[in-house]
Ligand binder design. Structure first.
Ligand code: ADP
Ligand code: MG
Length: 334
């Protein structure tokens, strides 16, 4: 079957592609390895990710997206071209229509860059959809009704919250803080408390294996290896989930503040819907243990994590293309 329509979640950490009739057909880290001598692309996605922090000087491994927006246009376009041709084949005649998600609160210059990159990378036409709207569609919320639905999307570089009704975003807010900031907070904590230097991937690993937004009843422990800052030699320490909770307190508070800011701006009729229905969480950051309970406690509104939080934005972008005629009235103009 030919792939003619795709939805793309162009995230800071991961890119996912949904193809009409097929489901999620690609999920890869947004990482590119480049040869320093001639700027040639050496690897993209998973293959490039495995090289992170392990390459000789002649190869540079980069994330071309930063905090939800394009930081390096040329590399983003090359990455998109590689992913699109993996999904759709290389034949220019069969270029797909692309629906691609952008965080709320980005500038028109930033979103235009995403659309241009998608066209340059092989899209026949490219449309943009705000991430919370895509997430809500992906989750299957009844967004076309006048009932208010709330989405909280915690990605790697950005977290956003939005209230949606009648196919559009009524209020929203975003903060350039997400999973990556929590990793950095863990690395800084370990450095301060144990004089231990750990890499980004180790910090993320600590978060995924034992991290929790609220203290756990039964503490988890993890042995962590890094470099002793004083002796410069490898060292192993043991860290507990309680320490991780403490380490990530600040970025989590900033995310909670963003969610509260949206609730405060929500018109009363819709607020009462949200209190009844709760809010739905999407994005990789919502996989952190107890983040739902944490946000419920902070806001007083029930929170539920979506069934497949990593995939719902791509899924919703794909669905949006199928209903484009109805949705286009509420999509932001370019
Ligand atoms: P983006 O849309 O910015 O690419 P994603 O929604 O793909 O981001 O989420 C990536 C983030 O989710 C990363 O910061 C990653 O560490 C985090 N993440 C993934 N799995 C987990 C988990 N089990 N627990 C906590 N965080 C997680
Ligand atoms: Mg995302």
């Amino acid at each position: 079957m030919l792939v003619r329509q795709i939805g793309i979640d162009l995230g800071t950490v991961n890119v996912l592609v949904f193809a009409h009739g097929k489901g999620i057909v690609l999920c890869e880290p947004s990482v590119v390895a480049i040869s320093a001598n001639d700027s040639r692309i050496v690897a993209v996605g998973k293959e490039a990710y495995q090289m992170m922090g392990r390459t000789p000087e002649t190869i540079e491994v980069v994330r071309p997206m930063r905090q939800g927006v394009i930081a390096d246009y040329v590399v983003t376009e090359a990455m998109l071209r590689y992913f699109i041709s993996r999904v759709c084949g290389r034949f220019r005649l069969l270029r797909p229509e692309v629906m691609i998600s952008v965080p709320v609160g980005v500038t028109s210059v930033e979103s235009r860059a995403v659309r241009d990159a998608a066209i340059q990378a092989g899209g026949k036409a490219a449309y943009l959809i705000p991430e919370p709207l895509a997430a809500a569609l992906g989750v299957g919320l009844p967004i076309h009704t006048p009932t208010g639905n709330m989405i909280v999307n915690i990605g790697g570089g950005v977290s956003e919250a939005a209230v949606i009704a009648v196919n559009g975003i009524v209020v929203s807010s975003s903060v350039r803080i997400g999973g990556t900031k929590t990793d950095e907070a863990i690395a800084a904590y370990v450095r301060r408390k144990y004089n231990l230097l750990v890499g980004d991937q180790t910090a993320e690993d600590i978060k995924i294996q034992i991290g929790s937004a609220l203290p756990l009843e039964e503490e988890l422990k993890l042995d962590v290896r890094g470099l002793d800052q004083v002796t410069g030699l490898p060292k192993t320490i043991t860290i507990t989930s309680g320490e991780v909770t403490e380490a990530i307190g600040e970025p989590l508070a900033a995310i909670a503040a963003t969610v509260k800011a949206v609730l405060e701006k929500t018109p009363p009729e819709l607020a009462s819907d949200i209190i009844d229905r709760g809010m739905v969480m999407a994005g990789g950051g919502s996989l952190l243990r107890n983040i739902d309970r944490f946000l419920t406690r902070e806001t007083g509104v029930p929170c539920h994590v979506a069934e497949d939080p990593l995939a719902c934005v791509a899924l919703g972008a794909g669905k949006a293309l199928e209903q484009y005629d109805v949705l286009k009235r509420s999509l932001p103009a370019l």
